[in-house]
Every structure is written in C-alpha cells, then in structure tokens.
Design a protein around this ligand. Structure first.
Ligand code: NAP
Length: 356
C-alpha cells in the first residue's frame, strides 16, 4: 500500500481549490464543500461559457462570496497559480475522460492528463500554503483490462495493483490515468510540505448537477434507457460507484488528517446485465432495457459498431474480476449507496433534464 503516516491538519477557513470544477464529479465536490461552509475556488476552461456553468453560477448565488471561478487549462504553464494562492487543500479532478472518438491519444488524453497533473503539483510545490493534494485517479490506473485480471490472484484488485496492459493504442484513457497517477506520486515523494492522497473511483454513475450531456457517465445511462442495448448486453463486468459517494470521498480524503495512499472507490462489481435488471425492477417496461446477454460470437460481429474492438472483446468479454474497496471504508469511513439507488437517481435526473 502506498501510504505515509503523517497527520495533516487543514485549516477550514482557507479556500479549497477544485480543478475542473464544472465536471460531473467535481460539481458535487464543489456543492458539498459549500454546504460544509468552505470557500471554494473552482477552475474551469472557459468561465464565460454560461450554459456549461449554469449550475455553478446557481451555487454561487446560493452561497454568496463563497465560490470563485478561475480560468485554467491543463496545458497552459502557470494556469493554476492565481487560483491556488492561500489554499491548503487542492483537489485535482480535471482530466479528459473519453473512451470513443479518440484520434490522437497522446494529444487528446496523455498530454493533458500527465502535463496537467505536473502543472498542478508543481504549482503546489511553489505555493507555500498547500498542505494536501487529493488526486482523482481511477480504477483504470489499477486495472486496464482482462489481461491484468489474469495476473491477479482470484481477479480481485486492491490498491497495490497497477495497470500493466494499457498503452497509447490499447485503452488509451486508462493509460493516461495510470501515467498521471504515477507522475503525481513521483512529484509528491520529492518534497515534504504537502502530502498526496489518491482516490481511484470505479465507473461513476448517479445524478448530474449540470445539464451537460456530454459526460461518459451520463451517456451510459442514456444508452441503457434509449434502447441501444435492447438486442442484448455484452457479457462485461462493471464496477460502479455513486457520484455523491465519490465527491464525499474526495472531501474525507482531503480533511481526515491521517488519510493516506490510494483508495479504490467501488460500491459493487456486477455483470452489465445486472444494471438493466435493477432498472427493470424499478421501472418495469418503461424503457427498452436489455433483457439478455449477447453471445460472444455476436459481439465480434456487432461490437465494432459500439466501439468495442475484437481485441477488447477477446480479452474482456466473460472475464470476471472485482475490486476490494475495503481500504476506502477503513481509511475514509466511507459507506456506499446501493447501486439501484444510484441508477434510479441517475435516470430521474436525466429525465428531468430531458436527456432520456
Ligand atoms: P467530466 O465531467 O468530463 O469532467 C472532466 C473535467 O476535466 C471537466 O471539468 C473538464 O473541464 C476538465 N478538463 C478536461 N480537459 C481539460 C483541459 N485541457 N484543461 C482543463 N480542464 C480540462 O468527467 P468526470 O467523470 O467528472 O471526470 C472527472 C475526473 O474523474 C477525471 O479525472 C476522470 O478521469 C476521473 N474519473 C471519472 C470516472 C467516471 O466514471 N466518470 C471514473 C474514475 C475517474 P471543462 O469543464 O472545462 O470541460
């Protein structure tokens, strides 16, 4: 386990920096921090994009003087300098999250993920007030695909494991998250003033605070409910966690003085068809949900139309694995919502936003 034994006290009157503050996960972090009485500095790429920022502007009105927005791009040198001044706690969530439509993985994923992490942490090195950085990594920094699961005892991953299978060509998003987390640990270990606490969420689902519909997580709920998988689901294993639990985990990771190391955040690991079953149990036949698992040979035929390569199908379909999230419960005192609640709340929010 990557851990050190220091106790880091954060002054609750100091502002907290959240990078990528308008994102699906970060918006909940910002909201909970404001509810808990913190002053929040959120970075966004374009503070004048009213449509993408409506939910943050509303939070700003609800908590006058407590939320400040700063413009910052991960690829711009010195972008986080102004926003970080005086902060003791930094939450670095910003990183591109895309799994389809990738044309140049190095430019679209790896560079912003790794260079952005370097930019934020080197700014923490320069900014004398910083005491702790919480990094949003992912379980994909731990496991890339079924090839990793084959190397791990019983296919059960914990925080000691790292993704060895991904590359620019194979699961490039996973590759970008692994490289970014490795870079973060390297920079953190070269200094003593601040400590690094990492959270590694599973696939994050749940209600979105913003009306933004481009997030991978929101798209997944849309695909499930609009009939995209009606002919059947691939026999894929999915680890799920609620966005509200992930946001709470960031705050606990930031404020618990003894928190340390990596933390797998996962409520449950189930076959994809189980998600459809849980939604059917609640909604009956209201949505054209899948009712069966596609045989593997069918997937070889139609998988590429859904962005699943033959290579991916051969390594992952039917490959069982799971994640041991017990350290997050022990170190952060986390309790996870049941996944049915996560799914139903996600669908209800998407319905109210007109996305389903
Ligand atoms: P999201 O809504 O797409 O958020 C991504 C955030 O990254 C956005 O705020 C975006 O800023 C920011 N970003 C991307 N490229 C940037 C750049 N070049 N400069 C500055 N900001 C940039 O997705 P999310 O699910 O909340 O993801 C947040 C973090 O959680 C990411 O690090 C992701 O890898 C990680 N994660 C997500 C999941 C999941 O299932 N959702 C699971 C594990 C880990 P804009 O608002 O300006 O677009």
């Amino acid at each position: 386990m990557l851990a050190d034994s220091r106790m880091t006290q954060i002054d609750r009157s100091a502002p907290v920096l959240v990078t990528g503050g308008a994102g699906f996960i970060a918006s909940w972090i910002v909201r909970y921090l404001l509810e808990d009485g913190f002053v929040v500095r959120a970075t966004v790429r374009n503070p004048t994009d009213e449509q993408r920022l409506t939910h943050l502007k509303e939070l700003g009105q609800k908590y006058p003087g407590k939320l400040q927005l700063f413009a910052a791009d991960l690829l711009q040198a010195g972008a986080f300098q102004e926003a970080m001044q005086g902060c003791q706690l930094v939450m670095h969530t910003a990183s591109p999250f895309m799994i389809t439509g990738i044309k140049d993985a190095q430019k679209q994923l790896v560079e912003p993920a790794v260079q952005g992490t370097r930019e934020v942490l080197e700014e923490a090195n320069r900014c004398v007030s910083v005491r702790r950085v919480v990094l949003t990594s992912s379980i994909v920094a731990i496991m890339g695909d079924g090839a990793d699961a084959a190397q791990v005892d019983g296919g059960v991953f914990n925080e000691t494991h790292w993704n060895f299978s991904s590359s620019l060509k194979r699961q490039p998003y996973a590759f970008s998250k692994k490289l970014a987390e490795e870079e973060a640990w390297k920079i953190a270990r070269q200094q003593q003033r601040w400590d690094l606490v990492v959270v590694n969420p599973a696939f994050v689902l749940g209600p979105a605070l913003s009306g933004r519909a481009e997030s991978v997580s929101i798209n997944f709920i849309r695909s499930m409910t609009n009939g995209e998988y009606r002919p059947g689901c691939p026999d894929l294993t999915m680890s799920i966690v609620d966005v509200r639990d992930v946001a709470r985990a960031h705050i606990l990771a930031g404020l618990i003085p003894s928190a340390s190391g990596r933390h797998i955040l996962a409520a449950d690991t189930v076959p994809m068809i189980e998600l459809a079953r849980q939604l059917s149990a609640h909604y009956g036949r209201r949505f054209p949900l899948p009712t069966r698992v596609l045989p593997k040979f069918m997937l070889y035929l139609i998988g590429p139309f859904f962005g699943l390569s033959w290579d991916y199908i051969s390594r992952n379909v039917g490959a069982p694995y799971s994640f041991d999230a017990s350290y997050s419960k022990k170190d952060l005192g986390l309790e996870y919502r049941p996944i049915q609640q996560t799914l139903v709340d996600a669908v209800e929010q998407a319905l109210s936003a007109g996305q389903v």
